[in-house]
Design a protein. Sequence first.
Lengths: 314, 657
Amino acid sequence: MKKLTYFPGCSAHGTSEEFDSTLKLVLKTLDVELEDIPDWNCCGATSAHVMTENLALALPLRNLVLAEKLENTTMGIACASCYQRMKVTKVHMDENPELAKRINTTVVEEGTYQGKVDVKSMLQYAYEDIGLEIIKSKVTKPLTGLKVACYYGCLLTRPKNITQFDSPEYPVSMDQICEALGATATEFDYKTECCGASFSISNTEVVVNLSGQILAMAKESGAHAIVVACPLCQSNLDMRQPDIEKLQGIKYDIPVFYFTQLMALAFGYPIDQLKFPKHIVPVEGALANIGKVVPVPEKIKKPIKAVEAESEVK
Amino acid sequence: MARVGVFVCFCGANIADYVDVPQVVEEVKRIRDVKYAIEYKYMCSDPGQGMIRDAIVQYKLTSIVVAACSPRMHEKTFRKALSDAGMNPYLLEVANIREHSSWVHQKDKKAATEKAMDLCRMAVAKSIANEQLHEISVPVTKRALVIGGGIAGIQAALDIADARIPVVLVEKSPSIGGKMAQLDETFPTLDCSQCILTPKMVDVASHPYIELIPYAEVLELQGFVGNYKVKIKKKASYVNFKTCTGCGACWQKCPVKVPNEYNMGIDKRKAIYTPFPQAVPNKPVIDAEHCTMLLKGKCGICAKVCLPGAIDYKMEDEIIEREIGAVVVATGYDMWDPKPYEEYGVGRFKDIITSLEFERMVSANGPTNGVPVRPSDGKVPKNVVFIKCIGSRDEAKGIEYCSKICCMYTTKHTILLHHKVHDSHSYVFYMDIRAAGKGYEEFVKKAQVDTGATYLRGRVSKIYKKGDKLMVRGEDAQIGQVVEVEADLVVLATAVIAPKDNPDLARLLGISYDKYGYLSEAHPKLRPVETAKAGIFLAGCTQAPKDIPDTVSQASACAAKVCGLFSGDTMKKDPMVSTISNEYCSGCQNCVKVCPYGAIVTDEVPVGHGSKELRTVAKINEGVCQGCGSCVAICRSMAITLAGFTDPQIINEIVSI
């Protein structure tokens, strides 16, 4: 059995409880044991780093230092925002010894940062450390027929020099995981556009506008559902969908799943364990596509007629 | 007893503003050996030089010190003034009180003046030990090597050959013509590229003074200016050019299809091919990477259909040598691969193409017979978005510099599109329109009016697919808003980059290159076609991005330089070279190792006078020696002397301050 240090973050205990609980189901199947960081604290998220650099780095640093007390070499983080803060702090600590020394004095009671623990998002962990082959081998109920638009948001793969994972503009890791589960990932050009993030509370209009475009493109791509790996993306796309539909006058009915929910479904867990009632947009319509025969895509038309070499011969 | 004359220059205000020149003159006059000292506003001017000439005669001076700018600037000027007055020119010393004092100590006039005095004292002391030196004559091989057969190489070769100097033109691909042969029409006059280029290509092939070696590479260059020896690898073409008539039966019947480089991979060529119908020489070669006969030993169709029996599957690479006196490097450029623009979906969307691909499509001899089409479905596009600065001026993804030609060729493309598809519309996203050149701004203005193209100042941030259209989202900075354009086809004006082989070639030739891979000129303004290595010249985009007029001008300039170099039977060379005393040389050969020019070899001399026993000593080829002094510093037995920088001269300098 593999062990993994786990940083759930605050949303796992609230808005994204279904992410947390399905992640645990999936990792059970994949034979990975989660170890919570003892006495973990808030990552600081968006509030800390707009105020002071010191606080923005010290909060995640405390978690990093505490994580080093466990024996595992990797920390998995469910929330994209927590992951971003933790990874940024790690990169700063590793690359700037002077800064590292200064910040470390604020968490001196917990210990000295040594840089032993790698920080990964759960998506990255599933893709890199577990791998598509193993995920595929655990599938008992393939999601054949379900077309999904994989939406990564802004934080999971960017900025590239910090995250060092997948493409910053057109990532494919989640698409490949969904394909491994038997689903079809659509060609979706809005996978890294902004959903409006925390403006959901302070300026809802922004989120309705931006998330509305993402929904429109997902529908355009032919997806039955959107798959995400970030609690804020999920809540914006799911919770704000009725507002968006009202504004645009279009009925979308596109449920927004965490990729772990689909993994758990494909691994054969019963539906009542997947927390679907927590969704605002009902999931039944989309899930009804599973098992249906996918129509063969229209044949790509013959590419441009090039003048063949023969005709150039005198 | 030495009689030194010192001439201190104001250099207008360059020196005089920061160095108290009259005070320097007064101080210099106190030196025992100085018999004459004077200041003047511009010592390099004719009256200034006249002062030197007159003083030499009047005061019977034995050596001259000029305290002025860097010797790199005017040493030659002042040496000439000395010889005009009947004095050996190497009795001159230059004290650099501009670059070494006034320019770098502008905040402290007192210190700058004191430093200028020290520099003058050193120069006076050194000049006392100066000896009369005489220029060295080296024989010249009057034959030039031109590397690269694009328009730069073609022009240089023709100009040199027209002066009845033999030229060896080496081209790596099967035909000369280069990138210009791929172009449809050329800005700003829209004359057909093929029409103006192909006659020149034919001239090269038929010129009695040009030896054209296609499908070949330079392997090695040895020797020194006027006396180089070059090794050239003629790649196996598997076709005997002497018997081949170029009938085309072979490439007609060849069953192997390969993406056609000439048409940017839009169509296919055969494994035995000529790059394009107007190729020079118009003889095919076999692409060994794809020919089934060469790979698996099966097929052999081309040999069967070849009536003159010109196909030879057993042909091997051949290495030939030529003796030459000068080299013109004209290896051209490459186009940048826009792959890093992931947000545009480059590689995912078929209907995003590069400018050179568009150029091939609108070319009359192109893969689509001159009609632009969408690669995805073959339809003729109506709305075409052109995006400039793809890779250029982009430190994050591409390179920092401006590629110079993209503004102009994109303007040309809007015109060509307008000509070929009358109901089309062009949108151009740009950062700036850089149209500096004769007739260029007028060309852009006229194109904007004639085509009605929409120019949007701003960067494109994203391209996504909607149905079969591409949605191009960018900023229109002039209205401060995000705009979206529905496009049938997107054309990326990709950056001009240095050929990837340039660094290897530079090392092989012993010349330098910059961080981008462009070959470096000797001086950015005053020696733009020479390299730092004597006898090697640069033409065209291998030095920096250029348009055709600039390229041709530089190529002709190279030709003039080569002709000048070959104007006499021998070449004059500075006498500042090292000599080795056999008596002191212990034969350790450390000097051989440190010499950066390969000027030192070993020799055998008798151990004693009349002895038959031999011992090894070092020997310097004064034609190759550049006078850097590395050997002098490394020599343990102090056997090496560098003329113009002898130990007494250096010691005098040190003792004087």
